[in-house]
Design a protein around this ligand. Structure first.
Ligand code: GZL
Length: 311
C-alpha cells in the first residue's frame, strides 16, 4: 500500500519579500511630496518591492493603477484616495483577488470590509483646532474670514471645513464670507486669494483659513502683491506644518498651522505585514497625531529639522 503522503515540512523562518502597489494622488503639495519620500523609505527599510503610481490628481488614473496592481498579483495595495466617492467597484475587485488595501491620509465612502484600515489624522479635529485658534486670537472682535478649501470632494476638504465651522459656531463675531477650493496647490491658492481680495477689498478681510500650507503660501504672495501684510493685516491659519510654513511663521507672515505627519506609510505597512503574515486584523482607523504650531514656537529650528525630509 502506498505510504501516506509525506507532508512537506513548511519552510520556516523567512518572510518572502512583499510586493506592494502604491497609488499616490500626485505631488500637488509639499506635504504630498514628503509622504511619497517617506513611503519609499519605509518600504526600503522593510525590504518591500514598492510599485509606485502617480495619478496626477485624477481618480481614473488611480483606478487604472489599482487594476494594474491587481493584474500583477501584488501582495497588498496602498491608496491615497484623491476623492471620497467612486471606489466601491475597484475595491471589490481587490477584495475578490484577496489583495488587502490600506488607505493613506484620506478616507473613502465605501463599506469598511473593502479595506484593511485607514491611516489618517483626525481631519475634523484639525479644523476644530484651526477654528478655536482664531476664536481665541480675535478675542471677540469682528472678523470676516475667507476660506481656501482643499480638493473638492476629498475627505480633508469636507472634514476640515466641518471642524472649523463647528469651532466658530456660536461666535457671531466670526463669519466666513468667501469659501472656494484652491485644490491644495500654491498656484490655485494664489489665484483664488487674488479673487477674494478683489471681491471683498483687502481691508475687509480679517483672516484666511487655508486647508493646507501650500494654498496659504500662495495666498501670502497674493496678499503681499495687494500691498497688505500677511500675518498682520490678514491673520493666516493653515494645516500641514510643512517647512515653508515654519519659515512663514518665523517671518510673521503666517500665524498658526497644524502639523500633519508625512509618515502614514509606517503604520500602514506594519498593519499590512502583520495581516499578510498571520491574518492579524488592525483597527479600521489608525489615527496620527496633530500638533498646533504658532509664531511663539521655535520655527526656525523646526524648519531646519524638517527641510531635509523630502518636502
Ligand atoms: C490630508 C492630506 C492633504 C494635505 C495636503 O490628510 O490628504 O492632501 O493636507 C495634501 O497638503 O494635498
Amino acid at each position: 500500500l502506498l505510504a501516506g503522503v509525506v507532508a512537506l515540512a513548511p519552510v520556516a523562518g523567512f518572510a518572502a519579500d512583499l510586493t506592494i502597489g502604491f497609488s499616490q494622488i500626485g505631488s500637488e503639495s509639499g506635504w504630498r511630496a514628503a509622504e511619497t519620500t517617506v513611503t519609499k523609505q519605509q518600504a526600503e527599510e522593510r525590504g518591500i518591492d514598492l510599485k509606485f503610481a502617480d495619478a496626477q490628481q485624477k481618480q481614473e488614473n488611480q483606478i487604472k493603477a489599482i487594476r494594474s496592481f491587481i493584474a500583477q498579483g501584488v501582495d497588498g495595495i496602498l491608496i491615497a484616495p484623491v476623492v471620497a466617492t467612486g471606489w466601491d467597484e475597484v475595491l471589490e475587485e481587490a477584495k475578490d483577488a484577496d489583495i488587502p488595501v490600506v488607505l493613506l491620509d484620506r478616507t473613502v465612502d465605501a463599506p469598511e470590509d473593502l479595506y484593511l484600515t485607514a491611516v489618517t489624522s483626525d481631519l475634523v479635529h484639525e479644523g476644530n483646532v484651526a477654528g478655536q485658534w482664531l476664536v481665541d486670537e480675535v478675542a471677540g472682535a469682528d472678523c470676516r474670514i475667507v476660506e481656501l478649501q482643499g480638493t473638492t470632494g476629498s475627505s480633508p476638504a469636507i472634514d476640515r471645513k466641518t471642524g472649523f465651522e463647528q469651532a466658530i459656531k456660536g461666535h457671531d463675531n466670526l463669519e466666513i464670507v468667501r469659501s472656494q477650493t484652491g485644490d491644495f496647490t500654491r498656484s490655485q491658492g494664489k489665484v483664488v486669494m487674488e479673487s477674494f481680495l478683489k471681491a471683498e477689498g483687502g481691508a475687509n478681510i480679517c483672516a484666511l483659513y487655508a486647508h493646507n500650507d501650500d494654498m496659504a503660501v500662495g495666498a501670502i504672495q497674493a496678499i503681499k502683491e495687494a500691498g497688505l501684510k500677511p500675518g498682520t493685516d490678514i491673520k493666516i491659519v493653515s494645516i500641514d506644518a510643512v517647512p515653508d510654513a515654519h519659515l512663514a511663521l518665523a517671518n510673521g507672515e503666517m500665524n498658526a498651522t497644524i502639523e500633519l505627519t508625512p509618515n502614514m506609510a509606517g503604520p500602514a505597512l506594519d498593519a499590512m505585514e502583520a495581516y499578510l503574515a498571520d491574518g492579524t486584523m488592525p483597527a479600521k482607523w489608525i489615527q496620527t497625531e496633530s500638533k498646533l504650531y504658532t509664531a511663539k514656537d521655535d520655527n526656525q529650528a523646526v524648519y531646519e529639522m524638517k527641510k531635509d525630509l523630502g518636502y
